[in-house]
Design a protein around this ligand. Structure first.
Ligand SMILES: C=C(O[C@H]1C=CC=C(C(=O)O)[C@@H]1O)C(=O)O
Length: 434
């Protein structure tokens, strides 16, 4: 095991209109950004990978050992400062995709209490000072990535699941729900973008972060996107989640004359029994799995309508006080394992839906719909669900994923159309058309 050393220094009030996005200038950066705040990181000081059902536990154990062996100088002590690891986890315990934690070399962070800079090294003799940290950051910022020219020759093709195969899977899913044994199932598909010139990841992420500022824009080792769904966030003794399920496309509306956007979304989305049922399964699965770790939990009694540039969603925010064990709350990684996968990305009951997804989807979801985010040494962290995203497989090949909750009232055509609405954020950021 490498022993890491780190120093964190305050960056004063370095706030600009674009905030942390000013640092998102390299395609190889890791990031976690919402509303101009978050983390941008460069380089790799350490890495852990795992597959299988024990992937979360193994990652949590590795992180604990790494933290214990590290020498950390962090006078700030707030969430996200000091030693951090970015991570992404495979959706499925049967996936061949490697789940990973990556400790970067340099992290720039910004939050409610200001901005900071962390320098991390595995060199036992390296000088740990504010000047050294600033010099390391300057070194990473010396070389910025080019933008993508978008010559119009980029193209989109079917991935592992064609449109026809997707509709057939939805129809089969509806039949299985009607036959009993499960109430909800989430089925996904992929499309592949072939780019004429290498992807300009930083440019794509900046566009996503600027447009989807209510979402969490992420980049971890080739997994990129902007998710509207927070699986679990831990800050000291409090856990929070944003549960989504139930979707209405904003590009294809059928409003009554004079009806406002908000009134239309209320009527068609919040007023739909099918969408409300889809949402109920998702919120129930999250609260049921989180409950054993909490002493008090609050959530809205009714979901609210969340407006994003591409879709409206039914959303519920959950907040919970965590129970202390041995004086400590459970870590964000432990809780991510406990609550993943919720019925927003798997179904209900979980085991039955998971087995049926493997049978009907016929694709390895890889990191799509798995937890993506970061943890700090104290166990604070944010783990979103890797939705509205893509995997950069090669510099010119990008695989996009999207899925939909299926209930007994679902129809294949409508669910197929919904996947296109969910591909839209990435397609637009990549400059792609159907
Ligand atoms: C599975 C996805 O979205 C989930 C999150 C929000 C709404 C959903 C829905 O209405 O089906 C999905 O459960 C996806 O974006 O690929």
């Amino acid at each position: 095991m490498t022993s890491l050393r780190s120093i964190t220094v305050g960056l004063g009030d370095s706030s600009s209109a674009t905030g942390i996005l000013d640092y998102l200038v390299r395609d190889d950066a890791h990031c976690w950004i919402r509303r101009g705040e978050g983390l941008v990181a460069f380089g790799e000081a350490a890495r852990f990978t795992a597959t299988g059902p024990g992937r979360f536990r193994a990652a949590a154990a590795w992180w604990q050992e790494t933290v214990q062996a590290a020498q950390v100088d962090n006078p700030l002590g707030t969430p996200g400062t000091g030693l951090v690891a970015f991570g992404s986890f495979a959706f499925s315990k049967t996936s061949a995709h490697e789940s990973r934690l990556i400790v970067p070399r340099v992290v720039v962070g910004s939050g409610a209490s200001g901005a900071w800079l962390t320098f991390i090294t595995d060199d036992g003799a390296a000088e740990l000072s504010a000047d050294r940290a600033q010099a390391e950051l300057a070194g990473w910022l010396e070389e910025v990535s080019a933008e993508h020219s978008r010559e119009g020759t980029d193209s989109l093709r079917a991935g592992q699941v064609s449109e026809e195969a997707y509709k057939a899977a939805v129809a089969a899913g509806v039949e299985r729900i009607a036959a009993g044994g499960l109430s909800k199932l989430v089925l996904a598909r992929d499309v592949v973008a072939d780019l004429a010139s290498p992807i300009a990841t930083a440019q794509v992420l900046r566009e996503l972060a600027a447009r989807y500022h209510d979402c969490w824009t992420y980049s971890v080792d080739g997994l990129i996107g902007s998710t509207p769904e927070m699986l679990i966030k831990v800050e000291d003794n409090v856990a929070r989640a944003r549960v989504l399920a139930g979707t209405l496309d904003r590009a294809n509306t059928h409003k009554i004359e004079g009806e406002s956007d908000a009134a239309y979304a209320e009527r068609v989305l919040a007023g739909s029994e099918k969408q409300q049922r889809e949402h109920e399964f998702a919120i129930d699965s999250l609260t049921r799995k989180l409950e054993p770790y909490t002493s008090a939990m609050t959530s809205h009694s009714e979901p609210f309508v969340l407006e994003l540039p591409n879709v409206w969603h039914l959303a519920s925010d959950v907040s919970a006080e965590l129970t202390l064990e041995g004086g400590r709350p459970p870590s964000s990684l432990e809780l991510a394992e406990a609550v993943h996968p919720t019925a927003a990305v798997c179904g209900s009951p979980t085991e039955t839906a998971g087995a049926l997804i493997r049978e009907l989807e016929q694709m390895d979801r890889g990191p799509y719909a798995g937890p993506v985010g970061w943890t700090d040494a104290a166990g604070n962290g944010e783990w979103g669900i890797a939705l509205r995203g893509a995997v950069v497989e090669t510099p010119t090949r990008v695989r996009l994923y999207a899925g939909c909750g299926i209930v007994e009232a679902s129809t294949p055509e409508a669910e197929l159309a919904e996947t296109w609405a969910k591909f839209r954020p990435m397609m637009e950021a990549l400059g792609l058309r159907r």
